[in-house]
Design a protein around this ligand. Sequence first.
Ligand SMILES: [Fe+2]
Ligand SMILES: [Fe+2]
Length: 258
Amino acid sequence: MGPHAASRPLTLSEQADELEEKMMNELNDKIATKSALFSMADGNLDYVGGAELQARNPGKYFLMGADPRLPKMPDKPTLIDFFKHRFVSMNHLLQSAALALKAGHDEKVVLACLLHDVAVAGFVRCDHGYWGAQLIEPYVDEEVSWAVRVHQALRFFPDESIGYKYPDMYVKYFGPDYQPEPYIVEEYKRARSHKYYMTARLICVNDIYAFDPDAKVNLDDFVDIIGRNFKQPKEGLGFDNTPSSHMWRTLMWPTRFL
Ligand SMILES: [Fe+2]
Ligand SMILES: [Fe+2]
């Protein structure tokens, strides 16, 4: 599409064309595709098949690797690389870990706090405890992944023995009448008698949003703890053939056609 006369406002379809052209340039002329989940998040189940998508973009191929609109990842990415280049927010995780460290908890608890919401930060919100645990399971002590999995359920249940009450924030977010679903209640009941219960509970205790806004937290403060407690694969996350390698690759290449 060529330059347009400034005297006339663009029609909607011209605007759409211009946006598409801009996107194509950024994409080095490749077609990036959205997975079903991305569209569902906008409330639609529309499916446009590959043939039709390509027909709308004549002469172009589908993106089958890195999306040039996103920060470049190294060939052998580490957890730190994902923190820096993929997680949309680090602050909450860093603050939770910093609180746990300050309280003198052991490194497994600190790491569990640092990773407790990785799914929210980089992947998907629904059932974030389960997704997050699955993502890290091959690389951490089972105590850490177990705690990340169940913190999602424990957050809804008070434990006065350790001074944890139902979060005010949840009343604000979900309304005063919100009741967790039965599978969450069941998870909580199972967790209560589990040997790692307190690790998951400590995530809840350190999992607060109203943290000192002036506190300076930095990922560098946790590099050593990560080094000692997260088994970074030498091939890079995504290329080490574990049950969650594909999840790391999807995080790295979220718009690949296949
Ligand atoms: Fe969480
Ligand atoms: Fe959290």
